[in-house]
Design a protein around this ligand. Structure first.
Ligand code: FFO
Ligand code: ATP
Length: 186
Protein backbone atom coordinates (compact mmCIF):
# COMPACT_ATOMS: atom_id res chain seq x y z
CA UNK A 1 0.00 0.00 0.00
CA UNK A 2 1.06 3.58 -0.69
CA UNK A 3 1.88 5.71 2.33
CA UNK A 4 0.34 9.15 2.77
CA UNK A 5 3.57 10.75 1.74
CA UNK A 6 3.79 8.71 -1.48
CA UNK A 7 0.22 9.73 -2.38
CA UNK A 8 1.10 13.35 -1.70
CA UNK A 9 4.14 13.00 -3.97
CA UNK A 10 2.00 11.49 -6.75
CA UNK A 11 -0.54 14.30 -6.41
CA UNK A 12 2.19 16.92 -6.71
CA UNK A 13 3.65 15.17 -9.79
CA UNK A 14 0.22 15.46 -11.45
CA UNK A 15 -0.13 19.12 -10.47
CA UNK A 16 3.25 19.96 -11.97
CA UNK A 17 2.43 18.03 -15.17
CA UNK A 18 -0.70 20.19 -15.50
CA UNK A 19 1.23 23.42 -14.90
CA UNK A 20 3.68 22.44 -17.63
CA UNK A 21 0.83 22.32 -20.14
CA UNK A 22 0.52 26.11 -19.90
CA UNK A 23 3.81 26.55 -21.75
CA UNK A 24 4.81 25.87 -25.33
CA UNK A 25 8.03 23.98 -25.97
CA UNK A 26 9.53 27.23 -27.31
CA UNK A 27 8.73 28.97 -24.02
CA UNK A 28 10.26 26.12 -22.02
CA UNK A 29 13.44 26.34 -24.11
CA UNK A 30 13.75 30.09 -23.51
CA UNK A 31 13.15 29.55 -19.80
CA UNK A 32 15.80 26.82 -19.79
CA UNK A 33 18.36 29.26 -21.18
CA UNK A 34 17.49 31.66 -18.37
CA UNK A 35 17.96 28.93 -15.76
CA UNK A 36 21.42 28.16 -17.09
CA UNK A 37 22.43 31.81 -17.32
CA UNK A 38 21.79 31.96 -13.56
CA UNK A 39 23.70 28.73 -12.94
CA UNK A 40 26.66 29.96 -14.99
CA UNK A 41 27.37 32.85 -12.62
CA UNK A 42 27.76 30.59 -9.57
CA UNK A 43 31.21 29.83 -8.19
CA UNK A 44 30.24 26.17 -7.97
CA UNK A 45 29.86 26.05 -11.74
CA UNK A 46 32.96 28.10 -12.48
CA UNK A 47 35.07 25.88 -10.21
CA UNK A 48 33.68 22.62 -11.57
CA UNK A 49 35.63 20.81 -14.25
CA UNK A 50 33.75 17.48 -14.16
CA UNK A 51 30.01 18.05 -14.34
CA UNK A 52 27.32 15.38 -14.07
CA UNK A 53 24.30 16.55 -16.07
CA UNK A 54 21.43 14.91 -18.00
CA UNK A 55 19.94 14.76 -21.49
CA UNK A 56 16.58 16.47 -21.05
CA UNK A 57 13.16 15.18 -21.97
CA UNK A 58 10.85 17.69 -23.70
CA UNK A 59 9.21 18.82 -20.45
CA UNK A 60 12.42 19.24 -18.44
CA UNK A 61 14.86 22.13 -18.19
CA UNK A 62 16.73 21.73 -21.45
CA UNK A 63 20.47 21.19 -21.15
CA UNK A 64 21.36 21.03 -24.84
CA UNK A 65 22.38 24.64 -25.50
CA UNK A 66 24.26 24.77 -22.20
CA UNK A 67 26.24 21.61 -22.97
CA UNK A 68 27.05 22.88 -26.50
CA UNK A 69 28.26 26.17 -25.07
CA UNK A 70 30.56 24.68 -22.44
CA UNK A 71 31.63 21.30 -23.81
CA UNK A 72 35.10 22.46 -24.82
CA UNK A 73 35.83 23.78 -21.32
CA UNK A 74 34.07 21.27 -19.04
CA UNK A 75 33.82 17.49 -18.92
CA UNK A 76 30.18 16.41 -19.05
CA UNK A 77 28.84 13.04 -17.91
CA UNK A 78 25.33 11.70 -18.54
CA UNK A 79 23.22 9.20 -16.59
CA UNK A 80 22.46 5.65 -17.65
CA UNK A 81 20.08 3.32 -15.82
CA UNK A 82 22.01 0.08 -15.35
CA UNK A 83 20.79 -2.85 -13.25
CA UNK A 84 18.34 -0.55 -11.50
CA UNK A 85 20.95 2.04 -10.59
CA UNK A 86 22.30 5.23 -12.12
CA UNK A 87 25.79 5.19 -13.59
CA UNK A 88 27.37 8.07 -15.49
CA UNK A 89 29.32 8.02 -18.74
CA UNK A 90 31.40 10.67 -20.48
CA UNK A 91 30.02 12.76 -23.31
CA UNK A 92 32.55 13.00 -26.15
CA UNK A 93 32.43 14.01 -29.81
CA UNK A 94 32.32 10.35 -30.87
CA UNK A 95 29.95 9.09 -28.15
CA UNK A 96 27.26 6.68 -29.35
CA UNK A 97 23.90 6.57 -27.60
CA UNK A 98 21.17 4.10 -26.84
CA UNK A 99 17.56 5.16 -26.16
CA UNK A 100 16.42 4.51 -22.61
CA UNK A 101 12.97 3.35 -21.51
CA UNK A 102 11.86 6.94 -21.06
CA UNK A 103 13.18 7.96 -24.48
CA UNK A 104 16.36 9.70 -23.34
CA UNK A 105 19.69 9.13 -25.13
CA UNK A 106 22.08 7.30 -22.82
CA UNK A 107 25.81 7.16 -23.73
CA UNK A 108 27.50 3.86 -24.49
CA UNK A 109 30.93 3.50 -22.87
CA UNK A 110 32.74 3.06 -19.58
CA UNK A 111 31.10 3.96 -16.28
CA UNK A 112 32.82 6.83 -14.48
CA UNK A 113 33.34 5.82 -10.87
CA UNK A 114 35.88 8.31 -9.54
CA UNK A 115 33.16 10.17 -7.65
CA UNK A 116 35.59 12.28 -5.58
CA UNK A 117 36.58 14.13 -8.78
CA UNK A 118 33.06 15.37 -9.58
CA UNK A 119 32.77 19.16 -9.43
CA UNK A 120 28.99 19.31 -9.38
CA UNK A 121 25.89 17.26 -10.16
CA UNK A 122 23.12 19.07 -12.03
CA UNK A 123 19.95 17.26 -11.03
CA UNK A 124 16.62 17.26 -12.88
CA UNK A 125 13.45 17.22 -10.81
CA UNK A 126 9.69 17.38 -10.90
CA UNK A 127 9.46 19.81 -7.97
CA UNK A 128 11.72 21.42 -5.39
CA UNK A 129 11.12 23.47 -2.25
CA UNK A 130 12.86 26.31 -0.45
CA UNK A 131 14.31 23.90 2.11
CA UNK A 132 16.17 22.25 -0.79
CA UNK A 133 13.98 19.14 -0.94
CA UNK A 134 13.58 17.48 -4.32
CA UNK A 135 10.85 15.36 -5.86
CA UNK A 136 11.84 13.19 -8.81
CA UNK A 137 10.14 10.76 -11.17
CA UNK A 138 9.35 8.33 -8.38
CA UNK A 139 11.90 5.60 -9.02
CA UNK A 140 14.45 6.74 -6.44
CA UNK A 141 17.35 6.57 -8.93
CA UNK A 142 18.79 9.97 -8.07
CA UNK A 143 18.12 9.53 -4.34
CA UNK A 144 20.14 6.31 -4.29
CA UNK A 145 22.93 7.75 -6.42
CA UNK A 146 23.23 11.07 -4.58
CA UNK A 147 23.38 9.29 -1.21
CA UNK A 148 26.78 7.90 -2.30
CA UNK A 149 28.54 11.15 -3.16
CA UNK A 150 29.77 14.24 -1.34
CA UNK A 151 29.84 16.91 -4.05
CA UNK A 152 27.58 19.94 -4.72
CA UNK A 153 24.12 18.86 -5.88
CA UNK A 154 22.38 21.55 -7.89
CA UNK A 155 18.71 21.17 -8.77
CA UNK A 156 17.50 22.95 -11.90
CA UNK A 157 13.85 23.80 -12.47
CA UNK A 158 11.41 26.29 -13.89
CA UNK A 159 10.23 28.80 -11.27
CA UNK A 160 6.77 27.20 -11.17
CA UNK A 161 8.35 23.93 -10.02
CA UNK A 162 9.71 25.62 -6.90
CA UNK A 163 7.24 25.42 -4.02
CA UNK A 164 7.35 26.63 -0.41
CA UNK A 165 7.11 23.07 0.80
CA UNK A 166 6.94 19.64 -0.85
CA UNK A 167 6.46 16.19 0.72
CA UNK A 168 9.79 14.61 1.65
CA UNK A 169 10.99 11.66 3.72
CA UNK A 170 14.42 10.77 5.12
CA UNK A 171 15.44 8.95 1.94
CA UNK A 172 15.02 12.08 -0.20
CA UNK A 173 18.40 13.70 -0.71
CA UNK A 174 18.49 17.47 -0.28
CA UNK A 175 20.04 19.75 -2.87
CA UNK A 176 22.86 22.15 -1.98
CA UNK A 177 21.53 24.70 -4.46
CA UNK A 178 18.41 25.16 -6.59
CA UNK A 179 18.35 27.32 -9.69
CA UNK A 180 15.28 28.63 -11.54
CA UNK A 181 14.91 31.42 -14.13
CA UNK A 182 14.51 34.00 -11.38
CA UNK A 183 15.55 31.98 -8.36
CA UNK A 184 18.78 30.97 -6.70
CA UNK A 185 18.47 29.09 -3.43
CA UNK A 186 21.21 27.67 -1.26
N1 FFO B 1 16.32 13.54 -18.62
C1 FFO B 1 16.35 12.69 -17.60
N2 FFO B 1 17.20 11.67 -17.62
C2 FFO B 1 17.21 10.80 -16.58
C3 FFO B 1 16.33 10.94 -15.49
C4 FFO B 1 15.45 12.06 -15.50
O1 FFO B 1 14.65 12.29 -14.59
N3 FFO B 1 15.50 12.89 -16.56
N4 FFO B 1 16.37 10.03 -14.47
C5 FFO B 1 15.89 10.26 -13.21
O2 FFO B 1 15.66 9.40 -12.44
C6 FFO B 1 16.97 8.73 -14.74
C7 FFO B 1 16.00 7.83 -15.48
N5 FFO B 1 14.79 7.75 -14.77
C8 FFO B 1 13.72 6.95 -15.04
C9 FFO B 1 12.54 7.26 -14.40
C10 FFO B 1 11.42 6.52 -14.61
C11 FFO B 1 11.46 5.44 -15.45
C12 FFO B 1 10.18 4.73 -15.66
O3 FFO B 1 9.15 5.16 -15.19
N6 FFO B 1 10.17 3.65 -16.34
C13 FFO B 1 8.95 2.92 -16.53
C14 FFO B 1 8.57 2.95 -18.00
C15 FFO B 1 8.28 4.35 -18.45
C16 FFO B 1 7.91 4.42 -19.91
O4 FFO B 1 7.94 3.43 -20.63
O5 FFO B 1 7.59 5.55 -20.30
C17 FFO B 1 9.18 1.54 -16.05
O6 FFO B 1 10.33 1.19 -15.75
O7 FFO B 1 8.19 0.83 -15.91
C18 FFO B 1 12.64 5.12 -16.08
C19 FFO B 1 13.78 5.88 -15.89
C20 FFO B 1 18.23 8.92 -15.51
N7 FFO B 1 18.05 9.76 -16.65
N1 ATP C 1 18.32 5.45 -0.63
C1 ATP C 1 17.35 4.61 -1.00
N2 ATP C 1 17.50 3.28 -0.89
C2 ATP C 1 16.52 2.44 -1.27
N3 ATP C 1 15.35 2.84 -1.76
C3 ATP C 1 15.14 4.14 -1.91
C4 ATP C 1 16.12 5.11 -1.55
N4 ATP C 1 15.63 6.34 -1.81
C5 ATP C 1 14.41 6.15 -2.32
N5 ATP C 1 14.09 4.84 -2.36
C6 ATP C 1 12.84 4.27 -2.82
O1 ATP C 1 12.59 4.60 -4.19
C7 ATP C 1 11.19 4.80 -4.40
C8 ATP C 1 10.93 6.14 -5.04
O2 ATP C 1 11.24 7.17 -4.14
P1 ATP C 1 10.77 8.66 -4.40
O3 ATP C 1 9.31 8.70 -4.75
O4 ATP C 1 11.26 9.51 -3.28
O5 ATP C 1 11.62 8.95 -5.73
P2 ATP C 1 11.99 10.30 -6.43
O6 ATP C 1 12.82 11.15 -5.55
O7 ATP C 1 10.77 10.91 -6.96
O8 ATP C 1 12.81 9.70 -7.64
P3 ATP C 1 14.26 9.97 -8.27
O9 ATP C 1 15.23 10.06 -7.15
O10 ATP C 1 14.46 8.81 -9.16
O11 ATP C 1 14.15 11.18 -9.07
C9 ATP C 1 10.53 4.68 -3.04
O12 ATP C 1 9.97 3.40 -2.94
C10 ATP C 1 11.67 4.88 -2.08
O13 ATP C 1 11.44 4.22 -0.86
Amino acid sequence: MKSGIDSAKDKLRKEIANEKRRYTSEELLLMSDEVFSVLEITGTFRDASIIFIYNAMADEVSTQAFIEKWKSEKHFYLPVVKDGNLVFRKLQEDTLFEKSKIGVDEPIGDDFTDYSKIGMVIVPGTAFDRKCNRLGRGKGYYDRFLAKIKVPKVGVCFDFQLKDQIPADDRDIKMDMIVGENELIW
